[in-house]
Design a binder for this molecule. Structure first.
Ligand code: FPP
Length: 264
């Protein structure tokens, strides 16, 4: 009798991370996700820690979300790590932020390789300190043949600067007689952007409750779905990422048409 009662006890099924990933993968996964990783300073302040402690914790989130994105089958993950405007920050903070790619890549490069992740960068490379350049170059070389997810760091990146450079390249082609003015179209502009080889972002996530683009991929985000969360970047975890993808999957993307995009 007791045995029978015990058998009738409901079995609570634990929904594992892999169950959630499988469920999300049964619907359309954004090919390119771009993230504005915001809130590191506030995370540190809440704990009476220096701002750089928030950036260091934020680096650990980069590791976590890279793995999650790769497991979800996302093709490109672009992370806004340092903007052209971030040079206005105190020197101690800039120096710390410039050291993070080196620390991240020297610690986690083996697991990025194991995950078949390809490391890339957009932004003005030449202005970075040598140690930052060396770390990024080394990771790009070591992962150049990987064909899994592209982990694209936006370092010293500014969208307006990128557009100015695109216009300069086009003007130079016109000046040399290699391009007619009437042949300048959207594809021509896109072909000179730093993201020319990548699909446009389908989803932009910004953490920390701020609702703005802060000079990030202004051209490329024209038709992206936007997802804002109050969670501070160091607290952004796998479940937050799942929520953002679920939210994306509930949107009907029309790209200016009246018909919604069909499910894959
Ligand atoms: C914005 O938060 C965050 C940044 C400017 C830096 C983001 C960098 C990381 C998350 C680490 C990057 C890691 C690698 C591997 C490159 P904030 O400091 O403006 O936050 P606040 O608005 O709360 O002050």
């Amino acid at each position: 009798m007791l045995g029978k009662l015990m058998r009738k006890k409901p079995i609570v099924q634990e929904v594992t991370m892999s169950d959630q990933i499988a469920l999300l993968k049964s619907r359309k996964i954004p090919a390119h996700v771009a993230i504005i990783m915001d809130g590191n300073g506030r995370w540190a302040k809440q704990r009476n820690l220096p701002r750089v402690a928030g950036h260091h914790e934020g680096m650990k989130t980069v590791r976590k979300i890279t793995r999650t994105a790769s497991d979800l089958g996302i093709k490109v993950l672009t992370l806004y790590a340092f903007s052209t405007e971030n040079w206005k920050r105190p020197k101690v903070e800039i120096d710390f932020l410039m050291k993070l790619p080196g620390e991240f890549l020297s610690t986690y490069l083996p697991e990025l390789i194991e995950q078949n992740v390809k490391v890339e960068m957009i932004g003005n490379f030449s202005m970075l300190p040598d140690h930052t350049k060396d770390a990024i170059r080394k990771a790009m070389e070591a992962t150049a043949d990987n064909n899994g997810m592209t982990l694209n760091f936006a370092m010293n990146y500014g969208s307006r600067r990128e557009l100015v450079e695109s216009v300069q390249k086009i003007a130079s082609l016109v000046a040399k007689g290699q391009l007619a003015i009437e042949d300048i179209d959207e594809l021509e502009i896109e072909s000179h952007l730093m993201t020319a080889h990548l699909p446009e972002p389908d989803l932009l996530i910004r953490t920390s409750g701020e609702v703005r683009l802060s000079n990030f991929m202004l051209w490329q985000l024209a038709y992206a779905e936007l997802s804002f969360t109050d969670v501070l970047w160091p607290d952004f975890d796998e479940l937050c990422m799942f929520e953002a993808i679920k939210d994306f999957q509930s949107r009907i993307r029309r790209f200016g048409s009246v018909e919604g995009e069909k499910e894959a």
